[in-house]
Design a protein around this ligand. Structure first.
Ligand code: FAD
Length: 361
């Protein structure tokens, strides 16, 4: 067995994570309506050991780019190459009153929201994003559609308002896809507020104030929190004064230090204009694979892989019964080539989740 698959056994690969399993946030909107197990969908990191990788379950306290060491609570790990994949953290304090609202952006909030949705007897539901960037821009659209489907099935009268920062839903995919998505939301009775983020909530989450100056009265408010780079990444100055880690878009090597790479939510990759590649697991996975090839090619002196292309797609639930694939190539020459596929049975997503649990996607 080789270390990780690309390198020989003389090379040592260590994965440090404070958790012992990876958690599939993409299942949260269905968990909230009782269509996924309460404990969520996870996959254990223990599989990594089968590939010659050492797994250290510990918290990373500091990254020293000059000394090229990672300090955890129990270990001091020197590195020749480092891949930073620490994700994004949520700043629940950034929007006053959001502690009184529901959310589906982590497991604990999703479980609490599941209870609130179960108790909901009807009225106005507000799903509101706090700002950009946020993970998986289709997720709030999906949550609104799943809630509409769920309440309709149960005969619970609900008017759903969806507040997003973008000028249109799936705006990154171009005007045609954005119009299709907006038409779908409107046809399902979802009231869409564009270029409107939640700035504060009061009256125990029952009044939602938006950046466009309007206020919505809500019987159930649901927020997408403000996202930030983890403190340990900022303290290491991997962000170089910016909100996220700047990287070479072709190799994902950080601007801060050679041989140090950043993949997934923690980085920021420009895709034209002011826009950045969306934060999504499908990109985190592909970037991880590419960085492995870049590092192996440098160690072995072989040709580097083709530059990163920002390709990826994921399923967007249109209800509990149907999904559509959204995605494409975000770093295509001339700008993102992204679209929304036709509806397919939800069993496609169920199969994808099973593949994800086996580390096959
Ligand atoms: C509701 C929702 C729905 C989504 N749906 C989709 C979807 O359908 N498709 C899709 O592609 N993406 C989806 N996403 C986005 C996806 O979950 C993230 O983009 C993806 O998890 C990012 O991967 P990552 O490895 O960068 O970060 P993470 O998955 O957050 O992993 C970071 C890891 O770092 C560890 N860590 C952090 N800090 C430390 C520390 N100091 N010490 C040790 N370990 C640490 C954590 O334990 C964690 O294991 C969704 C997200 C949400 C919230």
């Amino acid at each position: 067995m080789t270390a990780g698959g690309l390198l020989g056994e003389e090379h040592h690969i260590t994965v440090v994570d404070q958790a012992d399993a990876s958690y599939l946030c993409g299942a949260n909107p269905l968990l909230v309506v009782g269509k996924r197990p309460r404990e969520g969908v996870t996959r254990s990191f223990s599989t990594l050991a089968e590939h010659g990788v050492e797994l250290v379950r510990d918290e990373i306290l500091a990254i020293d780019l000059d000394a090229r060491r990672v300090q955890t609570t129990r270990r001091d790990l020197p590195f020749d190459y480092l891949v930073v994949a620490l994700g994004a953290v949520y700043d629940w304090g950034a929007v006053p009153g959001s502690a009184d609202a529901g959310s589906f952006y982590d497991h604990a909030h999703s479980v609490a929201l599941r209870e609130a949705v179960g108790r909901f007897e009807g009225g106005t539901v507000v799903v509101a994003v706090s700002g950009v960037p946020y993970k998986c821009p289709p997720a709030p659209l999906e949550a609104a559609l799943i809630l509409e489907w769920h309440f309709r099935q149960r005969g619970v009268p609900a008017e759903i308002h969806l507040c997003i920062p973008e000028p249109a839903p799936l705006a990154v995919a171009g005007p045609e896809t954005a119009k299709r998505m907006a038409d779908l939301l409107v046809s399902r009775g979802v009231v869409l507020h564009t270029q409107a983020t939640v700035t504060s909530l009061d009256d125990s989450g029952r009044r939602v104030h938006l950046s466009d100056g309007s206020t919505l009265d809500a019987d159930l408010s649901i927020v997408v929190p403000v996202h930030r780079a983890p403190a340990v990444v900022v303290e290491a100055d991997l962000t170089m004064g910016m909100p996220w880690v700047p990287v070479d878009p072709q190799t994902l090597e950080t601007r801060a230090a050679p041989g140090v790479f950043a993949v997934g939510d923690v980085n920021s990759i420009p895709i034209g204009g002011e826009r950045a590649l969306p934060k999504a697991g499908v990109f985190a996975s592909a970037q991880g694979r590419l960085v492995a090839e870049v590092i192996a090619s440098r160690i072995l002196g072989t040709s580097p892989p083709a530059p990163y292309d920002g390709a990826g797609s994921c399923f967007l639930h249109l209800s509990g019964e149907e999904v559509a694939e959204v995605g494409g190539v975000f770093l295509a020459p001339g700008g993102p080539q992204v679209g929304l596929g036709d509806p397919r049975p939800a069993s496609f997503k169920v199969r994808w989740e099973a593949d994800w649990q086996r580390f096959e996607v």
